[in-house]
Ligand binder design. Structure first.
Ligand SMILES: Nc1ncnc2c1ncn2[C@@H]1O[C@H](COP(=O)(O)OP(=O)(O)O)[C@@H](O)[C@H]1O
Ligand SMILES: O=C(O)[C@@H](O)C(=O)COP(=O)(O)O
Length: 427
């Protein structure tokens, strides 16, 4: 069976969420973190290859995503989808442009769209400008992101800084008209050598129009939300067979921990909520004496508590503390230190019998999954924005809930740990 959809995702949380969305719509979707794992997968309708490439140097991101795309195309994938964040997380040296340049060449696509919007989450694009609710992204809390502060809301300008390809805009009137009017707009702009189209999107209906436009394109790019708009069209064309269903995960017992490296406002709220009923250790990056000492301190604090119930350990901090850590270690140095600590803790906790992990933050999730050497996961059906639930396919399984920094209900950490033990309780 040739997959109808091959996803190359630039982080673990969003990649897993994408797989979960497809699964919830009855699409038999596999999820792997290593392109080499694609070849040996059984028959599936879709495959997500999610790697931690969002903030790595562009050349390395291009090489790793090219391996993923080629592995998917070698399996016969009918369409490649490049999945990035709804907030277009990227720096000027960022990867969305270079990876898309490469994917255009590898798939032979003449052009593609960029559709980060998620109307449900109030992430919309109008006149090429990205909004979080009523705020331009550059005026929202995203301007404080530790790794990808978004200071320019004009996505045409942001993408043009990253790519050789000419970037244009499919503005809202033509997106909302859809059909032939939209196809004509693409043809007209393509005749002016435009290869990348930022798509204005305000309403769900706009996403349907974009999905219909791009249904058979070799390459599409965007956030997970647009992906949810394809399965009904695939089903109408007879491309997928399965009816929408819930795929629940096997129960996993064992000790539980929350590991958090996300500094997003929502994560800080979730940690505060979890702390009402569970012990939480907050590590101050500016005060720790190296990763080794921080890990030892955290283990000494956590291990005696785990038999009584889950605990949380976080490097997450508010903008002032993030700035203090970055002033000491540099932006990448602070992130590397935090990820080193959290990754070491994940390995040590696993050795000590922890089998339920909630991880907050996309980069943080990437380092935990890499350090636990997890390549292949059975993903559960979609449980809400920004959340991916999965279980490793091995004799002594590990349950993971990977959470996007900015998303998820406030009480997610407790609920996710409980659901792992009793998957029949919906998230
Ligand atoms: N106290 C801190 N100061 C600076 N950077 C931090 C701190 N704690 C964590 N980080 C880093 O910030 C980044 C947060 O990114 P991520 O895990 O993707 O979260 P989100 O999903 O909120 O973007 C990670 O690379 C993490 O290691
Ligand atoms: O769009 C989103 O928020 C997610 O799909 C995503 O990519 C999450 O990234 P992080 O917030 O860095 O986890």
């Amino acid at each position: 069976m040739k997959p109808i959809f091959g996803v190359v995702a630039d982080d673990l949380t969003g990649g897993m969420e994408t797989a979960a969305m497809l699964i919830a719509q009855g699409v038999n979707c596999a999820f792997v973190t290593d392109p080499d794992a694609v070849e040996s997968l059984g028959p599936v309708e879709a495959i997500v290859v999610a790697q931690k490439t969002r903030v790595i140097p562009a050349a390395e991101a291009v090489a790793r995503n090219e391996r993923a795309a080629r592995a998917l195309l070698d399996r016969g994938a009918r369409q490649i989808f490049f999945k990035y964040c709804a907030t277009f997380d990227s720096t000027d040296q960022g990867n969305i442009g270079p990876v898309s340049d490469m994917l255009l060449a590898v798939t032979g696509a003449p052009y593609t769209v960029f559709c980060p919007s998620s109307p449900e989450l109030k992430r919309t694009v109008y006149n090429g400008h990205l909004f979080l609710a009523a705020q331009l992204i550059s005026e929202s809390p995203k301007r404080h992101d530790p790794l990808t502060p978004m200071t320019d809301p004009d996505l045409v300008r942001v993408l043009q800084r990253q790519s050789e390809a000419k970037v244009g805009l499919l503005a809202h009137p033509v997106i909302s008209a859809g059909g032939v009017a939209l196809e004509n707009a693409v043809t007209e702009q393509a005749a002016q050598s435009i290869r990348f189209f930022i798509t204005d999107t305000i309403y769900d209906k706009d996403l349907d129009n974009i999905a219909l436009l791009t249904l058979d394109w070799p390459l599409v790019t965007g956030n997970s939300t647009i992906v949810q708009h394809y399965p009904k069209f695939w089903r109408a064309k007879g491309l997928v067979q399965g009816a929408p269903q819930r795929r629940s995960l096997p129960a996993v017992a064992g000790k539980g921990v929350v590991l958090s490296g996300s500094c997003a406002e929502r994560t800080l709220e979730q940690l505060a909520d979890f702390e009402k009923s569970h012990p939480v250790l907050r590590l101050d990056l500016a005060a720790v004496e190296g990763a080794g000492q921080a890990v030892a301190t955290a283990l000494e604090w956590a291990l005696p508590k785990l038999d009584a119930g889950p605990v949380g350990i976080s490097t997450s901090a508010a903008p002032e503390a993030v700035s203090a850590a970055q002033a000491l270690y540099g932006r990448d140095g602070a992130a590397a230190l935090a990820e080193h600590i959290v990754g070491d803790l994940a390995v040590a906790f696993h050795q000590q019998g922890v089998r339920r992990f909630v991880v907050a933050g996309g980069e943080t999730s990437g380092s935990v999954v890499e350090r636990l050497k997890i390549r292949n996961l059975r993903v559960g059906a979609y449980g809400g924005p920004g959340i991916g639930n999965a279980v490793t396919e091995e004799a002594d399984p590990v349950a993971l809930c990977l959470k996007s920094g900015k998303l998820g209900p406030v009480d997610l950490f407790t609920r996710a740990l409980n659901t792992m033990q009793n998957p029949e309780v919906a998230l």
